[in-house]
Design a protein around this ligand. Structure first.
Ligand SMILES: NC(=O)c1ccc[n+]([C@@H]2O[C@H](COP(=O)([O-])OP(=O)(O)OC[C@H]3O[C@@H](n4cnc5c(N)ncnc54)[C@H](O)[C@@H]3O)[C@@H](O)[C@H]2O)c1
Length: 332
């Protein structure tokens, strides 16, 4: 077992170059493991943080790959959270029109969600993931032991995406409710992660380009992304949870979501982040730019209905805005 990384290293290095993209925090924690596993492969260490998921850093990664003499037969290894996975995946997709990519997700969010499914992107013009492509990784290597060094806040962030899955998958819903008192336990997280990966992989197999079913994975994201862009104080997963709370409330008000089920979803949200905050008018306006919208002036979100059942709801912006403001009044 202990020799496996070295065998992999010989295979990876045999006449093909590998290039590693990671971030400054992961490198500080796992630099030794990286040396031991991959040797002295060329690398780009991104300063940690969403604010660095930019076109400028993407350009620097591509230039470093060129300087390292990477070929079309080379492989990019993206080891880190969703930021590294997204920007590294996009670099792999663009370099010489596409080289192989291996994802090694080290945050809970990246393990249960972002490393699977091939969405790659950078942020631009204050729009999240404005520039990107679909590009499937060759391999996704998930090791729950990385979570041992992950701060509680980042675990909470990944739990945000897991709660989203509970609204889409009855088995994940059951498991989460069963363990709702020990959501932060690594043994529970190690158990729930493969269920989330399976769910996502099945959805992506049916609808890689997000023309239908894959949109369901954006539950909580329309409202969540809008506030995230404006506020930037919390983590991505926390915004997803806030978005999920509001979108569930609207779905219940519209008579789409069953009350007992909707309330149990909202209870999971408040268990993780406490009382949901109010939303500023300006923040909400960003929902008009959401990529799920099919026409200007309309906002699309994914409404939970029942365990594992959802609906795609399209509302004129004004109606959506009013629904969010009434939900805000109903918070307590
Ligand atoms: N491609 C997709 O399908 C998809 C899906 C969801 C989210 N995303 C994107 O993912 C990003 C968020 O990902 P994230 O939450 O992983 O954020 P992140 O990549 O910024 O990582 C969060 C923090 O944890 C640190 N970290 C990473 N691994 C660690 C470890 N093992 N121990 C200690 N610290 C560690 C990072 O350095 C960073 O400071 C956003 O940009 C979002 O848009 C993409």
């Amino acid at each position: 077992m202990a020799r496996a990384p070295f065998r992999r290293r010989r295979r990876l290095q045999k006449n093909k170059k590998c290039f590693l993209v990671t971030d400054s925090n992961v490198y500080e924690l796992y630099g030794g493991l990286i040396e031991q596993t991959f040797g002295s492969i060329p690398r780009y260490i991104l300063p940690a943080g969403e604010e660095n998921k930019t076109f400028e850093h993407l350009g620097e990664i591509l230039a470093a790959m060129g300087e390292a003499g990477l070929l079309r037969t080379s492989t990019l290894i993206a080891m880190g959270g969703g930021v590294v996975g997204d920007i590294g995946g996009l670099a792999a997709a663009l370099y010489m029109r596409g080289i192989k990519c291996i994802q090694i997700p080290t945050t809970l969010l990246a393990q249960v969600d972002s490393s699977v499914g091939g969405k790659t992107a950078v942020d631009m013009a204050n729009v999240k993931n404005l520039v990107g492509t679909f590009y499937q990784p060759e391999i996704v290597l998930v090791d729950p032991l990385f979570l041992r060094t992950l701060p509680g806040r980042e675990i909470k962030c990944g739990l945000g995406e897991i709660v989203k899955y509970t609204a889409l998958d009855a088995e994940i819903y059951r498991e989460l409710l069963k363990h709702k008192e020990n959501l932060f336990d690594l043994s529970f997280l190690a158990e729930i992660t493969p269920l989330c990966i399976d769910h996502k992989a099945n959805v992506v197999r049916k609808d890689e380009r997000e023309t239908g079913l894959r949109k369901s994975l954006n539950m909580g994201h329309t409202t969540g992304h809008a506030i995230e862009l404006y506020d930037k104080k919390r983590s991505h997963g926390e915004y997803v949870l806030i978005g999920l709370w509001y979108e569930t409330q609207i779905a219940m008000k519209m008579g789409l979501c069953r009350e007992d089920y909707g309330k149990s979803l909202q209870e999971l949200v408040t268990k993780l982040i406490g009382e949901v905050p109010p939303i500023e008018e300006e923040a909400l306006a960003a929902a008009r730019m959401d990529k799920k919208n099919e026409s200007a002036g309309t906002v699309t979100f994914i409404a939970p209905i029942l365990k594992g059942v959802f609906d795609v709801v399209k509302l004129p912006y004004e109606e959506y805005r009013q629904a969010v403001f009434s939900a805000m009044e109903e918070r307590k």
